[in-house]
Design a protein around this ligand. Structure first.
Ligand code: FA5
Ligand code: MG
Length: 432
């Protein structure tokens, strides 16, 4: 275990990210485990399932400009303000994001590049593929690094009026209609998911129709061929959503193997963003796809950690341009360990049920850092409040399992011991 090196680096006054030194401050929470992911760039490998899926999306939208090498280091302005995300929005929290320092962070979504591309390139249609970073829970479908593809399509009022856009919609609809996806075409909008003041309802109807036709066309391209193989239809539904940077907004879900799978968020771009990007004479839509969740069902990959595997038994199974089913190599036995602790005491004088500084993602990140990819799942299994002291107790079950070998009990005991020590030192937890 190399946790000592972590203790040392966290005391240094700067942190090195992609060969550049940044001063640490009270915001710094980027961990050494995350730093090792920054140069993997899985989406740039055409033989990797994420690169294969990315290229399939590219092929479906051949006229869109492509950006896929923007550095993941951005400012909170890029990630939030440029998208009209308000200063007090909970999504900015240190608990949910990796900050290098107060002025610098790892992007949490590919939307962080929308404004920059508009301003610098003036593209009217573009895609941005990116690795994105979020502090989150630990299980088979969550990983602190994942990949997104942003899509943006702008159009002028003239193109809307003269039939250019209508023609494009018809072209895509005709092709999607030949596939076996079944999509709801409900365009009712509820209160709070409104057309922006200043947009004419007739124009927005066309922007929305183009957005839906484009995404249905794309989903038909991927799921349609799989459905044909299996002789079944693929239901797709549009759920109203909410994003500060689009209005109206939706999320697109696909029914696959009995589950509705959320594959993207999307909507009509806020006109203020287009104005700031120097493209205010256009209207537009934007979409953000999550690549992992889609790749997991398409390629039959059951654990999100596998994408990071450097084992040839994983990597050698895929070939550029093709969606093929992953044949899992044997599953190795898990090793379960529980950790029970009292939460830090509430500040003196505060009510007993008052806010305590413990945040679950701090524990998740700590376990990831110590155990790296040996941790498969962390779940809260018990909690109670002591009737006399009023203190809160929690118990989490940690499932350790390697994807490519058997682990020894001694090895896991050492990791668990390290998790326990770090939980005391860094999170102020009192072990039970
Ligand atoms: C966004 O990130 C918005 N930027 C999407 C967007 C773009 C909306 C443009 C409007 C216009 P969200 O947090 O819901 O939204 O993530 C988008 C997609 O990323 C989800 O649909 C899901 O497929 C994927 N995703 C989100 N969180 C995770 C996660 N922890 N692990 C894997 N995939 C995730
Ligand atoms: Mg969402």
């Amino acid at each position: 275990l190399t946790l000592n090196s972590h203790n040392d680096t966290s005391k240094e006054s700067s942190v090195i990210v992609l060969n550049q030194a940044y001063p640490r401050d009270h915001y710094t929470n980027i961990s050494p485990a995350i730093l090792t992911k920054l140069d993997r760039k899985l989406h740039l490998d055409p033989r990797h399932p994420l690169g294969i899926l990315k290229n399939i999306i590219y092929d479906r939208f051949p006229d869109y400009a492509r950006h896929e090498t923007f550095a993941p280091v951005v400012t909170p302005f890029d990630n939030f303000d440029s998208l009209l995300i308000p200063a007090n929005h909970p999504g900015r929290s240190k608990h949910d994001n990796y900050y290098i320092n107060e002025q610098t962070m790892l992007r949490s979504h590919s939307s962080a590049h929308q404004l920059q591309v508009l301003q610098q390139h003036k593209h009217t249609q573009f895609l941005v593929a990116a690795d994105v970073y979020r502090r989150d829970e630990i299980d088979a479908s969550h990983y602190p690094v994942f990949h997104q593809m942003e899509g943006v399509r702008l159009m002028t009022p003239r193109e809307i009026a003269d039939g250019t856009i209508a023609q494009d919609i018809e072209r895509m609809r005709a092709i999607a209609a030949q596939s076996n996806i079944v999509t709801s075409d409900d365009t009712t909008l509820h209160a709070g998911n409104a057309i922006q003041p200043g947009h004419s309802p007739e124009q927005i109807k066309m922007v929305m129709a183009h957005l839906k036709a484009s995404l249905n066309y794309w989903v038909a391209g991927i799921f349609g061929c799989i459905g044909q193989l299996q002789q079944q239809t693929i239901p797709v539904r549009w759920i109203e959503g909410s994003f500060p940077f689009t209005s109206p907004s939706w999320e697109l879900e696909v029914l696959y193997q009995g589950q509705w799978l959320e594959i993207c968020g999307c909507g009509v771009m806020q006109q203020r963003i287009l104005d700031q990007g120097g493209m205010g004479d256009h209207l537009g839509w934007a979409v953000g796809f999550g690549l992992e969740r889609l790749a997991m069902v398409l390629f039959d990959i059951s654990d999100i950690r596998l994408f990071w595997s450097q084992d040839a038994r994983f990597l050698a199974q895929f070939e550029p341009g093709r969606i093929t089913q992953f044949q899992p190599f044997s599953k190795f036995p898990p090793c379960l360990k529980d950790i029970s602790f009292w939460l830090p005491r509430a500040a003196a004088g505060a009510a007993t049920d008052s806010f305590t500084p413990f945040h679950e993602n701090d524990l998740m990140d700590l376990v990831r850092e110590v155990a790296q990819d040996l941790v498969e799942d962390v779940k809260l299994i018990d909690q109670f409040v002591h009737p006399k002291s009023g203190r809160s107790s929690r118990c989490y079950r940690i499932v350790y399992r390697s994807m490519d070998r058997s682990v020894t009990n001694d090895e896991i005991n050492a990791i668990q011991q390290c998790v326990r020590e770090q939980a005391v030192q860094r999170l102020g937890l009192e072990l039970r």
